[in-house]
Design a protein around this ligand. Structure first.
Ligand code: IPM
Ligand code: MG
Length: 360
């Protein structure tokens, strides 16, 4: 039976990078006989402009029916002044939550060809391969109550609730430990258990889950130290597992270790292996429409889709090899352009080169 892929290009550079990733997906579909069926939908600012809401019911319906979702990026200055419910980000958070895509995998891998593009010394980052597993549908992002209220003394105060249920911690823990088993068998759980009760529970549950994986080494680290260690000695990590907000912050820091956030894919999985795949970076309004965006993070997200949802590790590896070969050939979008002798290329040229490498 055909596998359904819902494509949500989103805003600003979203459609540009998604076009290249779709080209790659169609190329592997033909080469590996995957029998994929692609359809398109609206999310974020694009949906606001056409329908008045960031997550139209029709998009959600199609998303529920799809095996996998390929997302570009949402948001931008055009909608920044909108009230919270009508911001493009609400569409993204809404789809994550409605589909219970709780497991966000954000690998930070340094391609040896890009060691010079990192802001850290090559010896600190060469060979870097870490996986951040971020809880994506709970924590302070979704906790209630939340809002801005007026106190009895007339002063306004803003408030959010940082809350995790045991079951939420347990399921992200199991995901992190099972992924560690396919890697170097080390999990570092990041919390703020010296201050926040919710993360005292987080630590307790991680210990409990960890005891079921005796072959995987578990350590704990406070988030401030983890931020420091990520830029001091990032290669000490294998899998990092953490809550929604800490994961948001640490994954951006980890991204930069690799030279460009334009290289990093992500997967957001539910409990049944269905998922949404998107680059870690945003919609980059400043470079939209200029053909300067790096499509590789979105193309590598297609590789994750092939591996985690479409059950085609061979096709995933082929996409990853194709990306590596275009980097070997010296092709660079502006974000990863560092040395003379490399060829500065556009979004489309980069996409076309990956597709050509896949066919050869
Ligand atoms: C991310 C983004 C989102 C988040 C925003 C756009 C809501 O920063 O995917 O990391 O905070 O989760
Ligand atoms: Mg973020």
């Amino acid at each position: 039976m055909a596998k359904k892929i819902l494509v949500l290009p989103g805003d600003y550079i979203g459609p540009e990078i998604v076009a290249e990733a779709v080209g790659v997906l169609e190329t592997v579909d033909a080469r590996f006989n995957l029998d994929l069926e692609l359809e398109y939908g609206l999310l974020g600012g694009a949906a606001l402009d056409k329908t008045g809401v960031p997550l139209p019911p029709e998009t959600l319906e199609r998303a529920r029916a799809a095996d996998a979702i390929l997302l570009g990026a949402v948001g931008g200055p055009k909608w920044d002044a909108n009230e919270r419910q009508l911001r493009p980000e609400r569409g993204l958070l809404g789809i994550r939550s409605a589909l219970q895509l709780f497991g966000n995998l954000r690998p930070a891998i340094l391609y040896p060809q890009l060691a010079g593009a990192s802001s850290l010394k090559p010896e600190v980052v060469s060979g870097l391969d870490i996986l951040i597993v971020r809880e994506l549908t709970g924590g302070i992002y979704f906790g209630e109550p939340r809002g801005v209220r007026t106190r009895s003394d007339g002063e306004r105060e803003g408030f959010n609730t940082y809350v995790y249920r045991e079951s939420e911690i347990r399921r992200i823990g199991h995901l992190a430990f099972s992924l560690a088993r396919q890697r170097n068998r080390r999990v570092c759980s990041v919390d703020k258990a010296n201050v926040l009760e919710v993360t005292v529970l987080w630590r307790e549950i991680m210990d409990e889950v960890g005891s079921q994986y005796p072959d995987v080494e578990l350590s704990h680290m406070y988030v401030d130290n983890a931020a420091m260690q990520l830029v001091r000695a990032p290669k000490q990590f294998d899998v990092l597992v953490t809550g929604n907000m800490f994961g948001d912050i640490l994954s951006d820091a980890a991204a930069m270790l690799t030279g460009s956030i334009g290289m990093l894919p992500s997967a957001s999985l539910d409990g049944d292996g269905r998922g949404m795949y998107e680059p870690c970076h945003g919609s980059a309004p400043d470079i939209a429409g200029r053909g300067q965006a790096n499509p590789l993070a979105t193309i590598l997200s297609v590789a994750m889709m092939l591996r985690y949802t479409l059950g085609s590790p061979d096709a995933a590896a082929a996409v990853e090899r194709a990306v590596s070969s275009v980097l070997d050939a010296g092709l660079r979008t502006p974000d990863i352009h560092a040395a003379p002798g490399q060829r500065l290329v556009s979004t489309k040229e980069m996409g076309a080169a990956v597709m050509a490498a896949l066919q050869s």
